[in-house]
Design a protein around this ligand. Structure first.
Ligand code: SAM
Ligand code: SF4
Length: 448
């Protein structure tokens, strides 16, 4: 754990807190900011809920299963949670609001991500004995900027550049749980990247539900491609990644920026969701398969080989066997380096909830298995092509069991490698020759 700044802790009544995070990288980074805020307020973090006076769950509601997890956790404390204060943060908090107090009466704080900038005052209300505290307003232009982020990774740092989402994909709760889009000023993003570089971070990951729709609210007026390039030019920053992109807003200038600036990693995550234009239309994704493939063609024509990953949903209402076949053809045609694949899950408030022709659960499972098996074979093939090549890796850790260092390539592939000597390589950039490849990782030996 590395702390970029955490000052001003009140020395006297130190309260302990525990936090567990569910869901995406945005949530992971929100938790880093929440932890920083809590430390700054004088709280002290403990590793288990049993040791904590305050228990925070930062939740995800993207699929039903994710949502249920937090209620299982809370149930465990229904009887033996006396003396503890429970707080539900994030997407389930925003979606369920005060209903959480009915479902789990031992919860005292419910706060959505658009209200995190009010956390210090909500914590004061809790401290003064308030039993039901909420922060649920989505009516904000503000982003959650905090100088006291407590970062989990000592080498790679997340920077949020845009919060919320203005799209309305028919299956998705995010616009309801994270509110409308708000971009940060380019000056504050560059200042954070510079400060991180000074603190020793060399890799930055720019975050947003749709980073491509970033619009600098300051007079500088940068778009995403400009911001990406400029972050890659900050002294000391060696690698820049970004997630997530939306095909509708993904412009060729982003690939031009990657081509022109070696600090920008040659990996793009471009969620397709489906290979059928008919399903894409009913998902309200705002692009066709052909338009999606145009973006893929830009990447395939880039100077450096760009690794491509995606998200796919199977079993969206009305998805026929032919639509599913079109998705299988898409993954064959693109030859993704990796995919995240999900069974469609019905979510509250969304348009798809009202669509007829819901696909039975067993059929969704069947399609998911077929898709994942096909993708596994593609990854075996693609990774095998790296055998014999030399790749630059940022060393992220050491595996005691195998005696291998764990590295990550610019293309976001895990490369486990051997190296003689006692030197601690963590945080360093080394070159490794790939000698073996599996579906999910590469293996090799260090050449320097
Ligand atoms: N904003 C990003 C985007 O547009 O791709 C990510 C949103 S979400 C955190 C990540 C992925 O979850 C989506 O790309 C989609 O594949 C999946 N997802 C979202 N809603 C879903 C649902 N109702 N059922 C199944 N998968 C879902
Ligand atoms: Fe959800 Fe679509 Fe927004 Fe992504 S772009 S967060 S899938 S509504």
């Amino acid at each position: 754990m590395k702390c970029t700044a955490a000052k001003g802790a009140a020395e006297s009544t130190v309260k302990t807190f525990y936090i567990e995070t569910f869901g995406c990288q945005m949530n992971a980074h929100d938790s880093e900011k929440v932890v920083g805020t809590l430390l700054n307020q004088g709280y002290s973090q403990v590793p288990t809920p049993d040791e904590a006076e305050l228990v925070f769950y930062n939740t995800c509601s993207i699929r039903d299963k994710a949502e249920q997890k937090v209620f299982h956790r809370l149930d465990q404390f229904k009887k033996n949670g006396k003396g503890k204060t429970f707080a539900v943060l994030g997407c389930v908090a925003q979606q369920e609001g005060e209903r959480i107090f009915e479902k789990a009466p031992h919860v005292s704080l419910v706060c959505g991500s658009a209200s995190y900038n009010k956390l210090p005052e909500l914590l004061v209300q809790l401290e003064t004995g308030n039993r039901r505290v909420t922060g649920l307003s989505l009516d904000t232009d503000l982003t959650f900027e905090t100088p006291v982020t407590r970062r989990d990774n000592p080498h790679r740092a997340y920077i949020t550049i845009i919060e919320g989402c203005d799209k309305s994909c028919a299956y998705c709760v995010v616009p309801f749980t994270r509110g409308p889009e708000r971009s940060r000023t380019s000056a504050s993003v560059i200042a954070e990247a510079s400060e991180l570089a000074r603190a020793g971070y060399s890799e930055i990951q720019l975050l947003g539900q749709n980073v491509n729709s970033y619009r600098d609210p300051s007079p500088a007026g940068w778009d995403f491609a400009k911001l990406l390039d400029q972050v890659g030019r900050v002294d000391g920053i060696r690698r820049v990644r970004f997630t997530t992109s939306h095909p509708r807003d993904f412009v060729k200038e982003i690939i031009d920026a990657i081509d022109a600036n070696p600090a920008l990693c040659n990996h793009v995550h471009l969620p397709a969701q489906s290979g059928s234009s008919r399903v894409l239309d009913s998902m309200q994704r705002l692009y066709t398969r052909e338009q999606y493939m145009t973006r893929i063609a830009w990447m395939k024509a880039a100077k450096r080989p760009i690794a491509i990953s995606t998200d796919i949903i199977v079993g969206f209402p009305g998805e026929t066997e032919a639509d599913f076949e079109a998705t299988l053809e898409l993954i064959d045609e693109v030859e993704y380096d990796s995919i995240f694949s999900f069974k469609y899950s019905r979510r509250p408030n969304t348009v798809a909830l009202r669509l007829n022709d819901q696909i039975p659960e067993e059929e969704k499972s069947r399609r998911l298995t077929i898709l994942q098996e096909k993708q596994r074979a593609i990854q075996v093939r693609r990774n095998a092509a790296y055998v014999g090549t030399v790749e630059e890796c940022l060393v992220e850790g050491f595996n005691q069991a195998t005696g291998q260092w764990i590295g990550r390539t610019s293309q976001n592939k895990t490369l486990n490698f051997l190296r003689r000597g006692e030197e601690d390589l963590r945080g360093l950039y080394v070159e490794a020759r790939v000698t073996r490849a599996g579906p999910n990782s590469l293996a090799g030996e260090c050449v320097n």
